[in-house]
Design a protein around this ligand. Structure first.
Ligand SMILES: NC(=O)c1ccc[n+]([C@@H]2O[C@H](COP(=O)([O-])OP(=O)(O)OC[C@H]3O[C@@H](n4cnc5c(N)ncnc54)[C@H](OP(=O)(O)O)[C@@H]3O)[C@@H](O)[C@H]2O)c1
Length: 359
């Protein structure tokens, strides 16, 4: 595989730090530039991050003395890299404009932000599920007037456990409706217990905008390309309630589901065990070997014990049983800043690189 020079925009933040950690020793992607707000620009990365380094592994040596660039200096940044990962905390319209500016500077953007998720020709990809949505990229390039540049996004972290769990059941059994309640870690808000002490010993029953994302983004992922846009699926019917809980990392979901043709418990477990997608077929560097793991123990998955399964890129499922209102209920878990953010972004970039979109 060709090697690529890579930049991280929003490099000093929680997701940006994950990108920096994941890119250390990556076989294809080499970190050559970092950018953040004007507050950080001109400082070394180490100075700019200061005491905000929130990873459990040390800051990689290669980035410590890199000078942080101003993210709005698009041409200067684009000159240094083949593509960028983007995870910034800015207003939606500003993020949309920033991402489009990088694309127009012929610098592809792999984004963790929500701003472009519903732009009709921007693919929102979970690589095991809808890798084929990358085929919309030529239509987007036509709109932007670019040869290389485009924006591809990954979906919200809240749905990275239950969408993969429901997906393998859809074709044969027809998922008609699902109710989910998520229990989301504080790193999903870019926070730690030090920076958000109110969360110690607490649950907050509101995460702004999260329920809409949790209900609507899956339908785009399950949608189809029609002409120059991706049209969202009309079903299944989804309803979500999202809670912030006192965990550092890892989003859990309690899921209820009904089917057109109700499968047996054994059939569901078999679909999960045998499910794989293009990342596994292409043997991408960040792909988990087994994407969906089912735990037979009654008290698993647990956030603290299971979030790092397969380097935080797998989904853990457990407690599958019949329900009185829906056909079945179960719980599932994914690591929100790994599979749910930076890790999912790196896997998406690997998929696009393997398919030639980053050449
Ligand atoms: N945390 C998660 O689990 C998660 C999961 C999925 C998606 N996301 C999304 O990823 C994005 C970043 O989240 P986060 O948790 O990493 O946030 P964060 O920790 O608050 O970091 C925000 C980053 O944005 C930069 N930034 C702020 N204002 C800027 C500006 N005007 N121009 C350029 N850069 C600016 C910051 O730079 P300075 O350090 O210079 O201020 C910092 O690098 C958000 O859109 C979030 O919704 C997060």
């Amino acid at each position: 595989m060709k090697e690529f020079h890579v930049g991280v925009v929003g490099a000093t933040g929680m997701v940006g730090q994950r990108f920096i950690s994941l890119l250390e020793n990556h076989p294809w992607f080499h970190l050559t530039a970092v950018a953040a707000s004007p507050r950080s620009a001109g400082k070394t990365y180490k100075e700019a991050v200061g005491n905000r380094w929130a990873m459990t592994t040390p800051m990689p040596e290669v980035v410590k003395n890199m000078i942080v660039m101003d993210a709005s200096h698009v041409e200067a940044m684009a000159k240094k890299v083949d593509f960028v990962f983007c995870a910034v905390d800015m207003k939606k319209d500003e993020i949309k404009a920033l991402e489009e500016a990088y694309a127009k500077a012929e610098c592809p953007v792999i984004s963790n932000n929500s701003a472009n998720r519903f732009t009709p020709d921007v693919p929102m990809i979970i690589p095991e599920i809808n890798a084929d949505h990358a085929e919309i990229i030529p239509a987007q390039r036509k709109r932007l007037g670019t040869k290389r540049g485009f924006v591809a996004v990954k979906s919200n972290c809240s749905l990275q456990s239950y969408v993969p769990a429901l997906h393998p059941l859809m074709a044969d059994f027809g998922v008609t409706k699902s109710l989910v309640c998520t229990y989301q870690a504080i790193s999903g808000a870019g926070k730690t217990f030090e920076t958000w002490p109110e969360m110690v010993d607490n649950v907050i029953p509101f995460i702004g905008g999260e329920e809409g994302k949790s209900e609507n983004e899956p339908l785009k992922i399950w949608g189809k390309i029609e002409g120059d846009q991706i049209v969202s699926a009309k079903s299944p019917s989804l309803t979500a309630q999202c809670l912030r809980v006192a965990c550092s990392d890892g989003h859990m979901a309690a899921v209820f589901v009904s089917f057109d043709k109700k499968p047996t418990i054994e059939q569901i477990k078999e679909k999960w065990a045998s499910f794989s997608g293009e990342p596994q077929e292409l043997n991408l560097p960040s792909a988990p070997k087994q994407f969906l793991h089912y735990f037979e123990e009654d008290n698993r998955p647990q956030t603290k014990l299971d979030r790092n399964l397969e380097k935080g890129m797998a989904v853990s499922i457990g407690r599958l049983r019949e329900d009185t209102q829906y056909d079945y209920k179960f719980v599932c878990l994914s690591h929100n800043t790994l599979r749910g953010a930076a890790g999912g972004g790196v896997l998406l970039a690997e998929l696009l690189a393997a398919k030639g979109y980053l050449d």
